[in-house]
Design a protein around this ligand. Structure first.
Ligand code: BGC
Length: 703
């Protein structure tokens, strides 16, 4: 008997009550899962556990490997590395008795201020799709299910539970939907709907996008789960195609608070009303009884949820599950590798890499804390972490002086917005309580007496809130200026959840963007600074002053009267900067290696471009070969160029290699609402190079 027959038989044996219990969450008796289904004991259907999230496993009360921000994973431009990370996270989930990871997050970075950009992958749909698919296939290679989220157009945290993304079909098809489609093609087991509305309809209830595009058109056969407390209506969601409500119980019940005690609570902007739950419990039964939801729909929901359980091996019909593994040396090393491969060397006048004997001043308000991640449901608490000061002290052979310079930056977390919910990691767990007060004079003095000053700065972002500025918070810009004035060999290491403004960049000798590096923070920073690891990252998002980004009108972001108008259409990220002919601070795809590369002999055929890349330096290095397509004359306004493919390569000193980059169909056509995907007549130009603004070779391609 095949799986479908077995599951159909199981469905036919379930009572109505048992079916309903399989489509909305319950309280986890172990207290570790983020979402829980009790299973059906009498039919040997065991409990099912869903757990956050993209940066590592966040099982309640447990520790796990804290990987870098997803932007760092994406900055590697390496789907195979993403696959390794997915596999490691999933084995940790299994070790913690969880069956589903609520990851990856693949929403397009539309707004640089979005508080959750660190959980997402890119402003570009091909990069987000390929890296997202890598994560999905890695997670699912272990028998754990992945959950791609948040479907779709969840591109801001301001009013995320109510805002309507007003977006035309072409833009949805070309920009916002493709990473989800890539996840479906990679076999993702579940999809989480977003909190927001799209063109007026809540995503949980969006029949066109959930039942239509995702299920009918793309053939998604897994289950669709609501975001937490994000199911709008019983009948709307059930008939649109939503299959599972999570968490399914009101926060009052879940935490054991007295029922109703949250009635008076004013839910902050961007936080879902956690008393709004149980819509797929009794109310769904009633809707079936009165005929507003067909009974077959409930069977379909149950079939999909049981299908998901089966794919994890829980129904005992297959032995797909890889062994659990938690905090292994391999996982620790991988967390560090993702951090170094994701670190982007934005500028370097030759000061980096440091020589072993360099006398270094390590400066910054948080040099003795690791920067694990941003705030919210992705917060992972590691077993061990290294701070920048530890990392450099452990690696350096010259003198190291440490000075904080200015008071620490206040961190923000979703959990601080919800006083009754515990959560979050405490980066200060790694901090000595008897630290002297920071003083700018100490920092300047440390810089003056050192060969090189390395200043570590950070922003602070969280789920549930957008940044109000791209400037570094606190007096960090002043600190950098003061240190740079004292030592012309000043290096700045930025740890941020997206683009930040760098008014001092002309005054310093080198700038590294390390995103949120996770538990390997200090070791990864030291490895890159001393050249033990080549900075492998390239920018997955454009860096520019806030006013130069596309969605600068209030009606675009955060929106007016409950609507965010995506007036910029497909012109997001580099597509916008090309159209506006504005030079960004650092373009999409930018990043230096410690080596240098030359590009030779490009040819294109059978949907791939082949190019020879030579490492012209006397040291090995990482390069990311990028191919952009320029369309011919078109009846619609198309972006000047679109990323069609990329390939990361590691080349030894002097080595040259032929590199093949396949070209994604997405970049070769546009979406016409009447005719669907449409190719322009005439040859396209394929340009190959090191970033959207550093293209070395061009060839014609006729498709
Ligand atoms: C987030 C999801 C997360 C869920 C469970 C929601 O607030 O938007 O990404 O998986 O909570 O923690």
């Amino acid at each position: 008997m095949d799986a479908a027959d077995d599951i159909d038989t199981l469905v036919s044996e379930l009572t109505r009550k048992e079916k309903l219990a399989l489509v909305h969450g319950a309280v986890d008796p172990e207290g570790t899962a983020t979402g829980y289904l009790p299973g059906v004991d009498r039919l040997d259907v065991p409990p099912f556990r869903l757990v956050d999230g993209p940066l590592g496993v966040r099982a309640e009360g447990e520790r796990a490997t804290a990987f870098p921000a997803s932007l760092a994973t994406a900055a590697s431009f390496d789907p195979s590395l993403a696959r390794e990370q997915g596999r490691a996270m999933a084995r940790e989930a299994t070790a913690l008795d969880q069956d589903v990871l609520l990851a990856p997050g693949v929403n397009i970075v539309r707004i640089p201020h979005c508080g959750r950009n660190f959980e997402y992958l890119s402003e570009d749909p091909v990069l987000a799709g390929d890296v997202g698919a890598g994560l999905v296939s890695g997670i699912e290679s272990t028998g754990v299910l992945a959950t791609v989220k948040h479907f779709v157009a969840n591109n801001q945290e301001s009013a995320r539970t109510s805002v309507s993304a007003e977006v035309d079909e072409r833009t949805l098809r070309e920009l916002y939907l493709p990473p989800f489609r890539a996840a479906v093609e990679a076999g993702v087991g579940s999809v989480m709907t977003a909190y927001n509305r799209v063109n007026g309809t809540y995503m949980s209830d969006h029949a066109t996008l959930v039942g239509g595009v995702l299920k009918d058109e793309w053939g998604f056969d897994g289950y669709v789960v609501s975001d937490w407390y994000g199911l709008a209506t019983t009948v709307g969601a059930a008939t649109a195609g939503l299959d599972l409500e999570m968490p399914g119980v009101a926060l009052d019940t879940e935490t054991g608070n007295e029922e109703g005690s949250l009635d008076e609570f004013e839910w902050p902007d961007g936080i879902p009303d956690a008393t709004h739950a149980g819509l797929f419990a009794g109310p769904l039964g009633e809707a079936i009884d009165d005929g507003t939801v067909p009974a077959e729909r409930l069977d379909d929901m149950v079939r999909r949820v049981l299908g998901g359980m089966d794919r994890t091996g829980l129904l005992g019909r297959s032995d797909v599950r890889a062994d659990g593994a938690l905090d292994t040396p391999a996982h620790r090393a991988l967390a560090e590798r993702v951090a170094t491969r994701g670190t982007v060397l934005l500028d370097n006048d030759g000061v980096l890499p440091l020589t072993d004997e360099t006398a270094v001043a390590v400066i910054g308000p948080h040099v003795d804390e690791p920067k694990l991640g941003g705030g919210g449901s992705s917060e992972t608490t590691p077993f061990a972490a290294t701070t920048p000061a530890d990392g450099i002290e452990g690696r350096a052979e010259g003198t190291v002086t440490v000075a904080r310079g200015i008071p620490e930056i206040e961190s923000v977390s979703l959990f601080d917005l919800l006083p009754f919910v515990e959560g979050g990691h405490d980066e200060r767990e790694w901090t000595d309580d008897d630290r002297p007060d920071p003083s700018l004079d100490d920092a300047v003095e440390a810089a003056e007496t050192a060969d090189v000053a390395v200043v570590f700065v950070r922003d602070t972002t969280t789920e549930g809130q957008d940044r109000d500025s791209l400037a570094l918070p606190g007096r960090q810009d002043d600190l950098i200026e003061a240190v740079a004035a004292a030592n012309e060999r000043t290096v700045v290491v930025v740890r941020s959840g997206g683009p930040v403004e760098m008014p001092w960049r002309g005054d310093v000798a080198a700038v590294l963007e390390a995103w949120y590096p996770g538990q390997a923070d200090g070791d990864a920073a030291a490895a890159v600074l001393y050249g033990d690891a080549d900075p492998g990252g390239r920018l997955p998002v454009t860096f520019a002053p806030a006013e130069d980004y596309p969605a600068t009108e209030e009606r675009q972001f955060p929106g007016v009267d409950g609507k965010a108008h995506y007036d910029e259409g497909v012109f997001v990220g580099y597509r916008h900067f090309d159209r506006a002919d504005t030079d960004p601070t650092y373009p999409f795809g930018h990043g230096h290696s410690y080596a240098t590369f030359e590009y030779l002999d490009a040819t294109v055929r059978d949907g791939a471009v082949e190019v020879t890349v030579e490492n012209t330096a006397s040291r090995p290095g990482h390069e990311v070969v990028q191919a952009y397509v320029r369309p011919p004359e078109s009846p619609v306004e198309r972006p000047r160029q679109e990323l069609a493919g990329f390939e990361p390569v590691e080349l030894d000193a002097g080595e040259s290699r032929s590199v093949s980059v396949s070209l994604d169909e997405l970049a070769l056509s546009y979406f016409d609402p009447d005719d669907g995907w449409t190719d322009d007549d005439g040859p396209h130009t394929v340009e190959i190079g090191r970033s959207a603004r550093d293209l070395r070779l061009a060839v014609e391609y006729s498709g």
